[in-house]
Design a protein around this ligand. Structure first.
Ligand SMILES: [Zn+2]
Ligand SMILES: [Zn+2]
Length: 273
């Protein structure tokens, strides 16, 4: 029992430190690249860090249980030998985890935009206007719980090499931070190219934070496209969010940010679902 407790504690610290380092690094990059970007957002950033550190504990406990089950009991399907499964399974397992996580996220996220769960939980995430790199884990504990169980459950079902799992966690961490930082770090060629039609980067998620009722996905645009909730790429509203001398503008509907025209009831106030 002590081993389980220590494992949960260690993972909580690791998740918290990982958040502080990653969000801190991208927030620093933001302030260097766009000095105006974080001006006047001190109070919001403090709130984002507070909620995110609380989320770290909620993410850390199931992660700690997995680490314990893996190391002490051998219950998970995490493997160490590179040849325990065919080599082609390495990239495929990463894709399988990302697709499963994306699917879970899309549907729980859509559900959380229903009035009651929005008011109780998801409003916390949308209180960031516009979000910053610190908002990566800025969730109400109920929402953090829905996100924290996915990967820990998947490792009991889908075999994955420990290094491939590291890749999944790295993608999850970096995309969670960069999708909120208010500027696009990926080349515009990628974002506006064929890959960008299917992959989610900051330009896509920014529009979700502006319009609420669209662009619910996490990594891929598949579910948004299939369900008719994809509104294309957004425009970064914050002053100074320019890149390479030109505005970071998607070719989607980002310019049409007139909240008055949005049909949903979730605009204009985080606690107004
Ligand atoms: Zn978000
Ligand atoms: Zn949302």
């Amino acid at each position: 029992m002590l081993a389980l407790f220590l494992s949960a504690l260690a993972m909580t610290v690791i998740v918290g430190v990982r958040y502080l380092l990653t969000s801190g690094a991208f927030a620093w990059a933001t302030s260097r690249k766009f000095p105006q970007r974080l001006v006047g957002q001190r109070a919001q950033v403090r709130r984002e860090i507070g909620w995110s550190l609380a989320s770290a504990a909620i993410y850390g406990v199931p992660a700690g249980v997995v680490a314990w089950a893996w190391q002490q009991r051998g219950w998970t399907r995490i493997y160490m030998g590179a040849r325990d499964y065919p080599l082609w399974w390495l990239p495929l397992s990463v894709l399988a985890f990302l697709l499963a996580h994306d699917t879970w996220f899309y549907w729980t996220h859509r559900w959380m935009h229903r009035p009651t769960p929005f008011r109780i939980a998801h409003a916390v995430h949308h209180a960031s206007k516009p979000p910053t790199a610190w908002a990566a884990m800025s969730f109400h504990p109920w929402e953090a719980l829905t996100g924290a169980v996915v990967i820990p459950l998947l490792v009991f079902v889908i075999p994955i090499h420990v290094a491939a799992l590291g890749v999944v966690l790295a993608v999850m961490t970096v995309m969670g931070v960069t999708n909120h930082m208010g500027w696009e770090m990926f080349p515009l060629m990628l974002v506006h190219g064929k890959a960008g039609q299917w992959l989610i980067t900051a330009s896509h998620h920014e529009l979700h934070h502006q319009r609420y009722r669209c662009n619910y996905g996490l990594y891929f645009r598949f579910w948004d496209r299939l369900c008719g909730t994809d509104s294309g790429l957004g425009e970064f509203a914050a002053a100074g969010a320019v890149r390479g001398g030109s505005r970071c503008i998607g070719r989607g509907n980002g310019a049409a940010l007139n909240a008055e025209r949005q049909p949903d009831g979730q605009r204009g106030g985080a606690a107004r679902p």
